[in-house]
Design a protein around this ligand. Structure first.
Ligand code: GDP
Ligand code: GDP
Length: 435
C-alpha cells in the first residue's frame, strides 16, 4: 500500500514549503471536505521510483483550548493516526517554542515514532542547529532546509525506510479486477456498495488488523469475480454493509492507487464540487482506469438532468477517457451498464499489445498524418512496443523524437486508443530516441 507521510508542526515552520517541494509541480489535492474545519493538502511524491502520499496537516495549535482549534488538533491527530510516518517540523532559526513543546508532548503520547525535522537550517552548522531540539524528547533531530532542499531526500528515505516497496505481483492478470468506489461523503458510496454486493455472493471478507490496513472484499457478480478495495472500513451487519469509519481522504487515495479500476461517485442532486474535481484529478495522476457514476439520478426533472450534464461537462472536461453513467444506487437502477464499463476499463488497462500490431498501427497513423517538421527536421518514427500496463504504456522508437509536439502525441494517443478500443483507461505515449 502507498505509504503516507504526515507533516505536522505549528504554523510558519515551513510545512507547505516542504509539501510543495515533495509534490513538485503536481497539483495538491485540497481537501475541505465537510467535517474538516481547515484545509489539508494531499499530494503524491516520488522518491527513486516509489510513490508515497504526503499530507500537510495545516496548522496545529493545540495551545488553544476552545472551539475550532481543538477540533483542528483532533483532525491533525486523526491524520497522524492514519499516516505511516510522521515528520514534525520545527524552526531552526527561532529555536524551541512553547507550542513546539505542547505538540511534541501530544505526539509522544500517540506512541508513534516521529521524525523531528529542524527546518530553515540552510547556512547554519547542522549539528549545532539540531542540537537544541534533543530537548523535545523525540530522538535525533535532523537539520533540513525545505526552501533549498537540503537534507530533504535523506529525510524522506528515512521516513519510508520501514515500508519497503511491495514486490510487483507477477501474475496480476490471474487475480480478479480490483475496484475502488470513491467519492466525497454522502454521494452514495455505501448505498452503491450494498447495491452491488447485497444479493451477490460475497466470497471473502478479511477483517483489518489495524485502522491503517485496507479491507478487500471478494465478490461475484454475473458469474464474474471482483475485489472491492474498501475506503471506509466497511463492516457487514446482517445482509447490509455499512461504513464504520469517518470518511478518510488517505484511505480513499490509497484505495485509488491500489485499484485497477476506480468508480468515482458523484451526487446528481448536489452541485459538482471542487472536491469531486480534485479526486478525479488524483485518479488521473495515478494513471488508474476510471468510470464515473453519477448517482441519485432518480427523482430529477428533465431540465435538472440537462443542467447536471452541462455542469459535469464544464467541471470534469479533463476526464476524456472515462465513461459516464447515470444511475440510482438506491433504486438499483443502472448497475449492469456501470459494471460493463468497469469490465471494459479493466480489460483496457490490462491489455497486452503486441509489437507487430503496435508497429502496424503506428505506421497507419504516420501515413495518415506525418509528424510535423521541427526546425528543419522531420522526426521519423520506426516502431512501437508496450512498456507497461495499468495503465498501458506505448513506447515509440524513432529519430529526432524530442521535436515531436504535444499535439502530435495526442493525435497518436487517440489513434492507438481507437485502434485497440481502449476505453476507460489512460494511455501513456513515450518516445525513445534510436532503435
Ligand atoms: P507552514 O505554515 O508551516 O506551512 O509554513 P510555510 O511553508 O508557509 O513557511 C513559512 C515561512 O517560512 C515562509 O515565509 C517560507 O518561505 C519560510 N520557509 C520555509 N522553509 C524555509 C527554509 O527552509 N528556510 C528559510 N529560510 N525559510 C523557509
Ligand atoms: P456515502 O457517504 O457516500 O457512503 O453515502 P451513502 O451511501 O451513505 O448515502 C448518503 C445518502 O444518500 C443516504 O441518505 C442515501 O439513502 C442517499 N442515496 C444514496 N444513493 C441514492 C440514490 O441513488 N438516490 C437517492 N435519491 N438517494 C440516494
Amino acid at each position: 500500500m502507498l505509504p503516507t507521510i504526515a507533516l505536522v508542526g505549528r504554523p510558519n515552520v515551513g510545512k507547505s514549503t516542504l509539501f510543495n517541494r515533495l509534490t513538485k509541480t503536481r497539483d495538491a489535492l485540497v481537501a475541505d471536505f465537510p467535517g474538516l474545519t481547515r484545509d489539508r493538502h494531499y499530494g503524491r511524491g516520488v522518491v527513486g521510483d516509489r510513490p508515497y502520499l504526503v499530507v500537510d496537516t495545516g496548522g496545529f495549535e493545540p495551545a488553544a483550548d476552545t472551539g475550532i482549534l481543538v477540533e483542528m488538533a483532533r483532525q491533525t491527530l486523526q491524520a497522524v493516526d492514519e499516516a505511516d510516518a510522521i515528520i514534525f517540523l520545527v524552526d531552526g532559526r527561532q529555536g524551541i517554542t512553547a507550542q513546539d513543546k505542547v505538540i511534541a508532548d501530544r505526539l509522544r503520547r500517540t506512541g508513534r515514532s516521529v521524525l523531528l525535522a529542524v527546518n530553515k537550517s540552510e547556512g547554519m552548522n547542522r549539528t549545532i542547529a539540531a542540537a537544541e531540539f534533543y530537548e523535545l524528547g523525540l530522538g535525533e533531530p535532523y537539520a533540513i532546509s525545505s526552501a533549498h532542499g537540503e537534507g530533504v531526500r535523506d529525510l524522506i528515505n528515512l521516513a519510508l525506510a520501514d515500508f519497503p516497496p511491495e514486490p510487483e505481483a507477477a501474475d496480476d492478470e490471474d487475480l480478479p479486477p480490483k475496484i475502488a468506489i470513491v467519492g466525497r461523503p454522502n454521494v452514495g458510496k455505501s448505498t452503491l456498495v450494498n447495491a452491488l454486493l447485497g444479493e451477490e455472493r460475497v466470497i471473502a471478507f478479511d477483517m483489518p488488523g489495524t485502522t491503517r490496513d485496507s479491507i478487500h472484499i471478494d465478490f461475484e457478480r454475473d458469474g464474474k469475480q471482483y475485489t472491492l478495495v474498501d475506503t471506509a472500513g466497511v463492516r457487514r451487519r446482517g445482509k447490509v454493509f455499512e461504513a464504520i469509519e469517518k470518511f478518510s481522504v488517505i484511505k480513499t487515495l490509497q484505495a485509488i492507487e491500489d485499484a485497477n479500476v476506480v468508480v468515482l461517485v458523484l451526487d446528481a442532486q448536489d452541485t459538482i464540487t471542487e472536491q469531486d474535481g480534485s479526486l478525479a484529478a488524483f485518479v488521473l495522476e495515478t494513471g488508474r482506469a476510471l468510470v464515473v457514476a453519477i448517482n441519485k439520478w432518480d427523482g430529477l426533472k428533465e431540465e435538472q438532468r440537462d443542467q447536471v450534464k452541462k455542469d459535469i461537462d464544464r467541471k470534469l472536461h479533463f476526464l476524456t477517457y472515462a465513461k459516464f453513467h447515470y444511475l440510482s444506487a438506491l433504486k438499483g437502477q443502472g448497475l449492469p451498464p456501470l459494471m460493463k464499463s468497469v469490465d471494459a476499463a479493466y480489460a483496457a488497462a490490462m491489455s497486452k499489445l503486441s509489437t507487430p500490431k503496435l508497429t502496424r498501427v503506428l505506421e497507419a497513423a504516420v501515413q495518415q498524418h506525418q509528424p510535423p517538421v521541427g526546425g528543419a527536421i522531420r522526426p521519423k518514427l520506426r516502431y512501437a512496443h508496450q512498456g507497461g500496463k495499468n495503465p498501458p504504456i506505448i513506447v515509440i522508437h524513432g529519430n529526432h523524437v524530442t521535436k515531436i509536439p504535444a499535439s502530435y502525441r495526442r493525435y497518436l494517443e487517440g489513434f492507438f486508443r481507437k485502434a485497440f478500443e481502449l476505453t476507460g483507461t489512460p494511455l501513456v505515449i513515450q518516445f525513445k530516441q534510436g532503435a
